[in-house]
Design a protein around this ligand. Structure first.
Ligand SMILES: NC(=O)c1ccc[n+]([C@@H]2O[C@H](COP(=O)([O-])OP(=O)(O)OC[C@H]3O[C@@H](n4cnc5c(N)ncnc54)[C@H](O)[C@@H]3O)[C@@H](O)[C@H]2O)c1
Length: 418
């Protein structure tokens, strides 16, 4: 089967690798450098499994039938399925979810291929795919939510928690959704076929449902994850203010099996590319629908960052004696998680913004950033100099690199893990 993928970011590239094991895959991107890198078997993103697949394909150890291109005719002609994995963004000021790259990709696909089934993998507002089908008079557009984590993008597709595909209620669309689900399952690690799920079922759970329901699954799943992060962060805020041990309280709360001891490590707030925009989009979708909780989740993330920034500033004033030179706050890594290579909407940026708004200069240590400045703050790769210059160092996630200056580090990474 010929499959095309539009967009070679975290989602598009991991799906390209997954599907290229058993199909001919043409991956298209609008950035020529990414395309050239891929054709040299180099990964444009940091992801252990993607790098391994590319290295094995280069050495001939693994058969992967793919090539990358910027040419829509090459990519989309005769494709049976075209997966759209282009970026979408929420603009809080305009209360608007920008899906223009999805529309651009769909229009390019249809300019050369009227018959392909288009599978939107990008996250979109609830109801988007149905309205796109109606506006374009095009039945052959389905939606499949993507659940991968950055840094584990291909791993999560090789070992998927579930496969969900949304289609309109006609037999042909449902059959196409089932075929697409089968393609994803075929690419998964063979061991997943025999796995036993917590409910006793075997194999990868597959769900074919309406497109609008599938879109809601994605936004409600991410909003639940944001809720959990916000919950343990507010638990930590309470313990910090009242002088309780957060670790003891979290450990005790999480012994309840219905709560569980996963995803409970305090942080500066939920962040990254998806959770901030998806929670805000879900809140926007609630327009005219009664709710208090969804809004509270979004608000809780702001409250948490205000609290953390106040604590950092207090630590700065406590450490600076009268007549001392102007204090400097160090930001240790802009990334959201240890091992990550991007810092789109990372929560530490919210702390940085608040600290700078109080007139305290900030220096950033971020080895993956090759720019002299980040939002007007100096960027350094010199860890030793950074540690000695900064009065207080803020770190969303702890690193043993900071052990020798632990006394001036502010972190809420109490369990020392993501
Ligand atoms: N990153 C994640 O963890 C994750 C998880 C689940 C869902 N998603 C969703 O998937 C979508 C893509 O996310 P991502 O992280 O892979 O984005 P990304 O920014 O890493 O990659 C998007 C790619 O699309 C390319 N592109 C832009 N316009 C294009 C066009 N018209 N045609 C072809 N390529 C184009 C860009 O150059 C880029 O390489 C978003 O909607 C996101 O919300 C992301």
């Amino acid at each position: 089967m010929k499959i095309a993928v539009a967009g070679t970011g975290y989602v598009g590239l991991s799906l390209t690798m997954l599907l290229a094991q058993h199909n001919e895959v043409h991956a298209l991107d609008v950035v020529p450098e990414k395309v050239e890198k891929l054709n040299r078997f180099e990964s444009p993103i940091k992801d252990v499994e993607i790098e391994r697949f590319l290295a094995e394909a280069k050495s001939g150890e693994k058969e992967l039938d793919f090539h990358a291109t910027v040419d829509v005719v090459d990519a989309y002609t005769d494709a049976d399925f075209v997966v759209v994995a282009t970026p979408t963004n929420y603009d809080s000021d305009k209360n608007y979810f920008d899906t223009s790259s999805v529309e651009a990709a769909v229009s390019a696909i249809r300019s050369v291929n009227r018959a392909a089934w288009i599978v939107i993998k990008s996250t979109v507002p609830v109801g988007y795919t149905a309205s796109l089908r109606e506006v374009l008079g095009d039945r052959r557009i389905i939606f499949s939510p993507e659940f991968l984590r950055e840094g584990h993008a291909l791993y999560d597709n090789l070992h998927p928690s579930r496969i969900v595909v949304g289609a309109s209620k006609d037999d042909e669309a449902i059959e196409a959704a089932e075929r697409f689900a089968a393609l994803l399952a075929e690419g998964a690690d063979p061991g997943e076929r025999d796995r036993v799920n917590p409910d006793g079922s075997c194999g990868i759970p597959e769900l074919v449902l309406g497109t609008t329901e599938a879109e809601a699954v994605k936004l409600f799943a991410n909003t639940y994850l944001a809720l959990r992060v916000a919950y343990f962060n507010e638990l930590d805020t309470y313990c910090k203010v009242r002088g309780l041990s957060t670790i003891d309280v979290v450990n005790g709360v999480c012994l309840e099996p219905r709560i569980g001891s996963h995803y409970n490590n305090p942080s500066f707030g939920y962040g990254g590319y998806c959770l901030p925009k998806d929670t805000k989009q879900l809140l926007a979708n609630y327009k005219d629908v009664p709710q208090s909780l969804i809004e509270a989740i979004v608000e809780a993330n702001r409250t948490r960052k205000d609290f953390v920034a106040d604590e950092v500033l207090q630590m700065v004033w406590d450490r600076v004696y009268e007549g001392a030179p102007a204090p400097v706050v160090g930001v240790y890594r802009l990334t959201m998680k240890s091992g990550s290579d991007n810092f789109r909407a990372s929560s530490i940026q919210g702390i940085m913004k608040r600290v700078k708004a109080k007139g305290v200069p900030v220096v950033v240590y971020e080895p993956t950033l090759d720019e002299p400045e980040f939002f007007g703050s100096e960027v350094t790769h010199d860890l030793v100099g950074f540690k000695s210059r900064c009065d207080v160092i803020v770190a969303n996630r702890w690193s043993d690199e900071l052990s020798d200056v632990a006394g001036k580090v502010y972190t809420r990474d109490l369990f020392k893990r993501d």
